[in-house]
Design a protein around this ligand. Structure first.
Ligand SMILES: Nc1ncnc2c1ncn2[C@@H]1O[C@H](COP(=O)(O)OP(=O)(O)OP(=O)(O)O)[C@@H](O)[C@H]1O
Length: 639
């Protein structure tokens, strides 16, 4: 099926920014009509008010001369007082309106975020196929929606942007306050004290709200996860097959509300603080304007001075504490220490006591890897994944680990790779404690194919080259590793060969089958071996391979692993039996240890598992004879 294309739509005749603003404005009444109407009225009043203040202030200045001539109780004097009262009222309304408008904009903005995400989820879920989920144009559009999460306001970059606006405003206000000191020292001082206090109170309030928002980030992440289940490929087939779309959209809304409700609940008491803060500013304004008027009326000031101080007062009011930028500053302020705290709590390798980061000798490990009394519990869990493992792994030999699901096989591998440290017990490599080896040097000695290996949305060359980035540009080495993993023909047959991006989500990219991906991942591990790794760890290396590929690996196992310390994990006994030595892990402990024939002869756990698997390949005769057939196969296996 051809990928869907987003229709280009009507070409905007206006600038893209203006076009976007108009589109958003059209959307607002559909999201919340009441808030949209209130917002429109608020914007109108807030735009007109400063003009009105300027006009009234001008009239006020102009009226003073007449008042001076006719006296305070004359009609001209009363006119001046009326103008003064009107100017004061207008400033008061202006100050109160700003935070109300900010809050309204924020709440409406959140609703727009939710609405857009729900719309996109519904749209992306609508087509029967999934091809559009690999269309770069569609994905580019989806990425914009992904950026609509609440975490946007936690971004330090927002704080930087806010500083660029807030700092000049603060400085202007300080300069204005200093100018007012020349009028009356205490008026200037009043402004110099009032605004920092108001800013501090408001910042504390924003910070508190920001922290509440961050506390809900778990629920928000779940909302984002549910949204992404619909928007991305991995679950796209199941979403359609089981008709999950409506359920996912409803669950998204629940999680979204769970994340955002506490924030809005917490914001309510803020009204008290906001009113207190704006009330204080209003009072300081009233006192300042009254003193200024008094001075003007009593000839203490010339007209020019009055105008200057009046402008200074207006400027002092620019020292804003209530707008979005202030909120961004404090929300990001709450996020930054959190990030720094996390950074500080994760020690750099050099901080591990006793670690010797020096290079390892060539051929390391040359003797053995020894585990003694190794116990391991994943952080935050009660159950032990490994319960006292004692094991000597001879260098240059192959060891297979078998066991039921959850027995601890992959956990053991993670410990050997140094990705986790044992809760107790020790791992030594050629006699040196693994914890004290330089981790970078140790990991360069390991080539690993994880069970859940990564499928990088990068080129075939990069996917393999990542096994040893220092040689990633060496095509001959890459070819050799790919050849040994049985991936060379596959790569050379790709549309752009080695430069093909292994993801259909990019132009010219392509996806691979599970088995093909496994060959790429095996090539990556072998590439690391070619670059000097001496330990090869293969966790389920043939699980997704076809019969022929598996047989190939089986036949070439000795050649592939020659001279290496190989640790093989597999549920496929045809692969396991290639290893020179096999251990059985059960519930986090080694319960059997020996060669394939030895363990079969033992008739223990290994033999039982082997027999069970071998029996599946035997055509059962009819009814009760099947059991006899299994037994016969088991015996044949032992022979
Ligand atoms: N990241 C993790 N966090 C917490 N517990 C984990 C984690 N990974 C594994 N476990 C638990 O540790 C135990 C051992 O898991 P492990 O993956 O080592 O088993 P396994 O033998 O490799 O299983 P399988 O054959 O299914 O791959 C299991 O009980 C599992 O639930």
């Amino acid at each position: 099926m051809a990928p869907l294309r987003i229709p280009p739509g009507r070409r905007p005749t206006l600038s893209p920014t203006l076009h976007g603003i108009l589109t958003l404005l059209r959307l607002l009444p559909r999201v919340n009509r009441t808030k949209a109407v209130l917002g429109a009225l608020g914007v109108l009043v807030a735009s007109v008010l400063p003009v009105a203040v300027a006009v009234v202030t001008g009239l006020l200045i102009g009226s003073i001369d007449a008042t001076l001539g006719a006296g305070l109780s004359s009609p001209a004097g009363r006119h001046t007082f009326v103008l003064l009262a009107v100017a004061g009222c207008l400033v008061m309304v202006q100050q109160t309106l700003a935070p109300v408008l900010t809050t309204l904009g924020e709440t409406l903005g959140r609703e727009v975020d939710r609405e857009l995400q729900q719309r996109v989820m519904a749209a992306v879920g609508r087509p029967e196929g999934t091809a559009h989920l690999t269309d770069p144009q569609v994905l580019d559009a989806l990425r914009v929606v992904r950026g609509l999460g609440m975490t946007e306001i936690d971004r330090p970059s927002q704080a930087v942007g806010a500083l660029a606006v807030v700092l000049p405003a603060w400085l202007r206000a300080v300069a204005a306050a200093v100018t007012l000191v020349a009028f009356h020292w205490w008026v200037g001082l009043l402004w110099l004290v009032t605004w920092p206090v108001v800013v501090h109170v408001m910042q504390r309030e924003y910070f508190r709200v920001g922290r509440v928002g961050q506390a809900g980030s778990g629920a928000l992440r779940q909302a984002e996860y549910l949204r992404d289940v619909v928007l991305t490929r991995p679950a796209a087939k199941e979403v359609r097959l089981w008709g999950l779309l409506d359920w996912l959209v409803a669950r998204f809304e629940l999680a979204w509300q769970e994340a955002t409700e506490p924030v809005w609940r917490e914001r309510r008491p803020r009204v008290r603080v906001v009113l207190g803060a704006t009330g204080t500013v209003t009072l300081v304004n009233l006192v300042s304007y009254a003193v200024l008027a008094w001075a003007a009326v009593h000839h203490d000031l010339g007209l020019g001075s009055v105008a200057v101080y009046a402008q200074a007062l207006a400027l002092a009011n620019n020292y804003t504490a209530f707008d979005d930028n202030n909120a961004y500053l404090s929300f990001a302020g709450a996020a930054v220490p959190r990030v720094l705290g996390l950074d500080a709590s994760l020690p750099a390798p050099a901080a591990v006591p006793g670690r010797r980061p020096e290079a390892l000798p060539a051929g390391f490990p040359a003797d053995r890897i020894s585990l003694s009394g190794v116990r391991f519990r994943y952080p935050g869990t009660d159950r032990e994944a490994l319960r006292g493992v004692d094991l000597d792994i001879a260098a240059g030999r192959s060891l297979a680990i078998v066991g039921d699901n959850g027995a601890g096989k992959s956990s053991l591998v993670k410990l050997l790779c140094g990705l986790h440290t044992p809760t107790s017990g020790r791992i030594r490599v050629d006699g040196q404690d693994l914890a004290e080896l330089g981790q970078e040097a140790w990991r360069s000695r390991i080539g690993v194919l994880f069970q859940d290996f990564a499928r990088y949305h990068l080129t075939a060359a990069e996917n393999i080259g990542m096994g040893a980035p220092q040689y990633a540009g060496d095509r001959d080495r890459l070819r050799e590793a790919a050849d040994r993993a049985g991936a060379l023909a596959l790569i050379e047959g790709l549309p752009h060969g080695w430069d093909t991006v292994l993801s259909p989500e990019y132009t010219g990219g392509t996806d691979l089958s599970g088995g093909q991906w496994q060959r790429i991942a095996l090539a990556r591990a072998l590439f690391a071996v070619d670059a000097g790794a001496r330990v090869l760890i293969l966790d389920e290396p043939t699980a997704a391979l076809d019969v022929r590929a598996e047989a190939e690996i089986y036949e070439r196992f000795l050649e592939l692993t020659a001279g290496l310390t190989t640790i093989l994990i597999s549920h496929r006994f045809s692969t396991v039996r290639c290893a020179e030595r096999i251990i059985v892990l059960e519930d986090g402990a080694v319960v059997e240890d020996g060669g394939h024939d030895e363990l079969l002869a033992k008739q223990g756990r290994y033999a039982a598992m082997f027999d069970l698997q071998a029996a599946r390949f035997v055509e059962p005769a009819h009814g009760g004879e099947a059991v006899l057939e299994i037994q016969a196969t088991a015996e044949a296996g032992h022979a």
